[in-house]
Design a protein around this ligand. Structure first.
Ligand SMILES: O=C(O)c1cc(=O)[nH]c(=O)n1[C@@H]1O[C@H](COP(=O)(O)O)[C@@H](O)[C@H]1O
Length: 242
């Protein structure tokens, strides 16, 4: 089966790889970024690093010319989300995540209005499968269906991009159209450990399925040679985007 491929936007192919800095301290993050060198242009700061000095480190990365994705997965009452997003927008980061609940997404769009910050809505976490949704209290619904529903709501609300598993990227693209970003975690180079991820694909598949950016943490962060691991993924992305 030949898969539709979204044309690759002009720009640096390395930006398609977002490296998750899932490490416990700024010192470790700094040393990892140094080791990866110019193989890494776009970094994600999530819970682990954000709450351990990561906000100041985001500034440091931006000053080095790197792009930063602040993965805070916000979800609270509308006013709190809106004001929180307004504060994040002042940090100069490129992406911020919120959970794809309509109230939360509307508040995030309001808080980022008039700024360069792009809001990404996390549809259904890639560690969830259909059984996990039932356990969380949802009426039985396939994860893919809930992803499509939330992607439609995100588009209607004016969210900039969607975070979903690459296995759902084509369905999401059909819903959101060509102008929204699709960002996919749950990426594993062939042979790598899945860990807690349940809906995974390889970097090449992720790109062929239409992802604009791939988020990869453990396969790079825990590799004996993180730079070589990042370079191999960028090569795979370039070939797939080819
Ligand atoms: O928003 C995210 O980035 C995210 C959403 C999601 O559904 N699944 C997911 O794994 N992530 C993040 O993507 C990264 C994936 O890490 P690895 O599984 O180690 O490559 C982690 O930092 C997660 O927090």
């Amino acid at each position: 089966m030949s898969l539709p491929t979204k044309p690759v936007a002009a720009g640096d192919i390395r930006d398609k790889l977002i490296i998750g800095l899932d490490v416990p301290s700024v010192e470790e993050a700094r040393s990892l970024v140094e080791r990866i060198g110019d193989a890494g242009t776009f970094y994600k700061i999530g819970y682990q690093l954000a709450y351990a000095g990561g906000f100041a480190f985001a500034r440091e990365l931006i000053d080095q010319g790197k792009k930063v994705f602040l993965d805070l997965k916000l979800h609270d009452i509308g006013n709190t989300v809106e004001e929180g997003v307004r504060s994040v927008a002042r940090l100069g980061v490129t992406f911020l995540t919120v959970h794809a609940y309509p109230q939360t997404m509307r508040a995030a769009v309001a808080g980022s209005a008039g700024t360069d910050l792009k809001i990404l809505a996390v549809t259904v976490l890639t560690s969830y499968d259909d059984d996990d949704l039932v356990e969380a209290g949802y009426a039985p619904v396939p994860a893919a269906e809930l992803v499509a529903r939330r992607a439609r709501q995100a588009r209607e609300i004016g969210i900039d991009g969607i975070v979903c598993a690459a296995t759902e990227a084509q369905a999401v693209r059909a819903v959101v159209g060509p102008d929204r970003l699709i960002v996919t975690p749950g990426i594993r180079p062939a042979g790598a450990d899945a860990g807690d991820q349940k809906r995974i694909v390889t970097p090449a598949e992720g790109i062929r399925l239409g992802a604009d950016h791939l988020v990869v943490a453990r396969p790079i962060v825990k590799a004996p040679d993180p730079r070589a691991a990042a370079e191999a993924i960028v090569r795979e992305i370039a070939q797939a985007a080819g």
